[in-house]
Design a protein around this ligand. Structure first.
Ligand code: SF4
Length: 175
């Protein structure tokens, strides 16, 4: 059986692209789901030219359009990330992805649970979406998405896999 192509946050495959020079290797995703999925890795932060290691960063402002700032030096990296994201998402269209697995909580890749500092003065935070994940789901609203935390939950895992196969079948029928 031909493996389905799935986009993935690169650090989940064990690639050392995180801010601290480390990775977030996920055994289940890489080894078990890797039997049915062919992964296409993306790291928006390294892809946009940031070094490894690098300063930590966080989202600040309105959760619907937050800014990406370095934590200590407060450098605004929003434009840099958005430039990379626009170029990458345009080229992703030709990859025929049937799904995407994001790294949770990341200011770039987090799907549901990235913290956004809404009021820097008193440190109020809300939950939001990382810049790359937000742009991806906006451009490709029908491609099934999840993160490594959801995949630990059996019903959510099964739902994602079913959605991926259904989406792939629809794409085949269209062609
Ligand atoms: Fe790169 Fe996303 Fe992993 Fe951060 S979470 S290291 S941006 S792939």
């Amino acid at each position: 059986m031909e493996k389905l192509k799935i986009g993935i946050s690169s650090c989940l495959l064990g690639n050392k692209v995180r801010y601290d020079g480390n990775h977030k290797f996920d055994h289940f995703i890489t080894e078990t789901l890797g039997r049915i999925f062919q992964y296409v890795p993306f790291c928006p932060e390294v892809g946009s030219g940031l070094p490894i290691p690098r300063e930590t960063m966080h989202l600040v402002g309105d959760p619907s359009s937050p800014h990406l700032l370095t934590t200590r030096t407060q450098i605004d990296l929003t434009e840099r990330l958005i430039r990379y994201t626009e170029t990458t998402l345009n080229s992703i269209s030709s990859e025929n992805l049937s799904g995407f697995i994001f790294k949770s909580k990341s200011p770039s890749c987090g799907l549901f649970d990235t913290l956004v500092i809404t009021t820097p003065n008193d440190g109020t935070v809300k939950r939001g979406t990382g810049l790359f994940a937000a742009a991806f789901t906006k451009k490709f609203p029908f491609i099934p998405v999840t993160d490594e935390k959801q995949l630990q939950d059996l019903p959510l895992r099964e739902k994602f896999i079913e959605q991926v196969f259904a989406f792939s079948k629809c794409q085949d029928l269209k062609q």
